[in-house]
Design a protein around this ligand. Structure first.
Ligand code: HEM
Ligand code: HEM
Length: 223
């Protein structure tokens, strides 16, 4: 099973590409992370009332979904690492790129956990639901004294904000780097993260643009 998975993954990695699973994780999470940065800032500008509470709940529940996605992605990435491509040439920028990716993975955990800690310290009336379905309990902060609850809230808020600032700097930097690879260096890095629309690269004899004549096909493929 693992062997088959690696063989399948190598079909992509050997051509400098991420697997379709890696690509799906990347673009789904990129969209959700940007959505999350938006709701995080906007929800604070709502006037106090039910709309504001609903905006906070959306933010929290989407954030917890990112925690789950991030952990699954990390697991996937340990089993199937990304390809070695032009972004991995030894040197300073490869180090910065790998560091950035590492920080992204760390933030996929630190941001939701600090958010969850904040949510739990303010003793919410409503439970949270993961992806709108699975109820998520508050962390056990209600047993703490009021003073300690406040300390937890304060610390979690600082951690959350620091993570948000780091993410807001690294995301545009990462995007600019990807665009530079594509437009300036004209290498394979950006393409390796795009979904592949056709399958013809896999054929051992090269691109196959039309089906082979009927007479050449094995019997079971005929009628
Ligand atoms: C990757 C996931 C997340 C991202 C990118 C994110 C982003 C943000 C941003 C941009 C803000 C506004 C800046 C700030 O006050 O810190 C914010 C605030 C907040 N987030 Fe998140 N968040 C994430 C996950 C979560 C989760 C899972 C929860 C709760 C379970 C949560 C709860 C909160 C709360 C309560 C605030 C308001 C803090 C305040 O009023 O100062 N966040 N978040
Ligand atoms: C919130 C937004 C984003 C986040 C959090 C993010 C995160 C990541 C992470 C963690 C990786 C490393 C994947 C791995 O090897 O396991 C990665 C790779 C990559 N990302 Fe993003 N990304 C975001 C947006 C974008 C955007 C908008 C672009 C394109 C403009 C982009 C282009 C790429 C490319 C080309 C790679 C492959 C780099 C390589 O092969 O070394 N990303 N991204």
């Amino acid at each position: 099973m693992m062997g088959e998975l690696q063989t399948w993954a190598d079909r992509y990695r050997s051509r400098g590409r991420y697997t379709p699973v890696g690509v799906a994780f990347h673009w789904i999470m990129a969209a959700v992370v940007i959505f999350q940065l938006g709701t995080g800032w906007w929800m604070q500008r709502y006037l106090v009332g039910p709309d504001k509470l609903a905006a906070y709940a959306t933010h929290a529940q989407t954030g917890l979904t990112l925690l789950l996605l991030g952990l699954l992605r990390l697991l996937w990435r340990t089993i199937v690492p990304g390809p070695v491509n032009d972004a991995d040439r030894p040197g300073f920028s490869a180090k910065i790129a790998h560091l950035t990716h590492g920080i992204f993975y760390a933030l996929f955990t630190v941001l939701p956990l600090s958010g969850w800690a904040m949510w739990s310290a303010i003793r919410p009336a409503e439970p949270l639901y993961l992806a709108g379905l699975v109820p998520i309990p508050a962390l056990p902060f209600h047993d703490l004294s009021r003073a300690w609850q406040f300390r937890v809230l304060d610390l979690a808020m600082d951690v959350h904000l620091a993570g948000v600032i780091l993410l807001s700097v690294l995301v545009p930097a990462h995007m600019l780097a990807a665009i530079k690879h594509h437009l300036v260096d004209r290498d394979d890095v950006f393409e390796g993260m795009l979904p592949e629309m056709t399958d013809h690269h896999h054929h051992p004899e090269g691109p196959q643009h039309s089906p082979p004549p009927l007479a050449d096909r094995p019997d079971e493929a005929r009628g």
